[in-house]
Design a protein around this ligand. Sequence first.
Ligand SMILES: *Cc1c(COP(=O)(O)O)cnc(C)c1O
Length: 509
Amino acid sequence: MSRVEVISAQVPIECENVRSEPTLVRSQEDFFGSTAEISVNGFPSTSPSIPLSVNDLHNTCEDVHIPHMPPLLRGHAELHLRNGVMRASRLSAMHEPDAEKAFFVADLSYVYKQHERWKRCLPAIEPFYAVKCNPDPYVLRVLAALGTGFDCASNNEISRVLDLGIVDPSRIIFANPCKALSFIRNAAKAGVEMMTFDNVDELHKIARSHPRAKLVVRILTDDSKSLCALGTKFGAPLVTVPGLLSTARRLNLSVIGISFHVGSGCFDTSAFADAVAHARTAFDMGKEAGYDFTLLDVGGGFEDATFEASARILSEAIEHYFPNRESIRIIAEPGRFYVSNAFHLAGNIIARRAPLDEGKREAPVPSDEDSKTPRVMYYINDGVYGSFNCILFDHQIVHPHVLSMGGSFHVPSTEPLRPCSVWGPTCDSIDCVCPLTQLPTSLSVGDWLVFENMGAYTVCAASQFNGFEVSNVIYTSGGGAGSLEVRRILSDFSTASGGSDFEIGGGAG
Ligand SMILES: *Cc1c(COP(=O)(O)O)cnc(C)c1O
């Protein structure tokens, strides 16, 4: 749902000022006339109901400097969206090239809070974060410090996780059922033992290059209700499982359990129950083949909006089909669930195409036809070849809010909304961000739009087609719950030197 909203004014205060009178910074309004940037060390005043002790304040001001990483800021994402817009306007005034470049703001406290939510709803299931969803260096560090495992699909993802310096290879599952031979050999060298398979040829490759691997059969389940069905490419139909297991036995391979994936973006919560029933059958097939399975991997597919319902159905199914599970370790491979809401993307309106009759009085009651015809086409500086590749590959539908309009963050609530379309910057007509969304028609070139829920399958798959760079990421530990915890766990990396160079998206500009 798109809406124009007046973003509630944040009241950032600088750390140094905390103990004295909090300094209200209101200069973010009408920022084009202002040179003062809100301190990036500022964090919005907490509500009076959450008093901060002096100790908390001390912790809050402790800084996190991780070598080769962009800075970790403080404060709500909205604050940094506004700071980014103000920075862009200053750079633009100085005629910097690409001054108004689109940018992400990542609030890492959200990742922390999702992990709390996971532990609350699925305490008996160990999450192995699916790295492909967003291999962001900060996200990986937060999750590594929180103790999750990792689902990797390539050499590169395995190195990224091991290079963090605090993840043992036993915390990685190589969950790609179809791996290059050299990747299997590399996994063996790196000490990664758990890996999935779903076909006989894979077993022969593994027998040659990683005979001590701990194998997990990826079974096929019903994924027809998911945004991204994966079953057309992966998963062994149940009827093929006995054959796979007898081949594995003949090759003297160790098979330790069963995995499935209900499909990415699974809104049909019953899919999990169905998949667990299939896994039960596969466990019994294992017994028949002489294996004693000890691992159940329930895969990914968890959606933010339906998480509690999925968790409940999954837990009930496990209780029902695996009543005696003392010797069974249960893991999952959530991706989207952890990062989707943690990233916001701000895009700048670089061009606009208005109807010829713009300026004439609009009809007071738009007809049904009018409500489906975009009145203004807005062109922004990130599109489907960049961060919005999620529209093509991940079947997402996105809607913007107005971030700034006419040099102000305050969009009058009287501003009427009309059907509009939003387009990316490349010269390809497929580069459409929203074919139809509700926006004011009076936005102009230079105004900013913001898109939420941009953390999953976005920045990691962005290309530089047509010469448009991948958008930068600005990081914050957030401004509310979880912020202190994120800074505390990340400060472990401040001293530890392990860590690969920052690769995605470049610095924070
Ligand atoms: C993509 C993928 C995931 C993550 O899926 P989400 O829908 O993001 O939770 C997990 N496991 C495997 C094998 C995957 O390919």
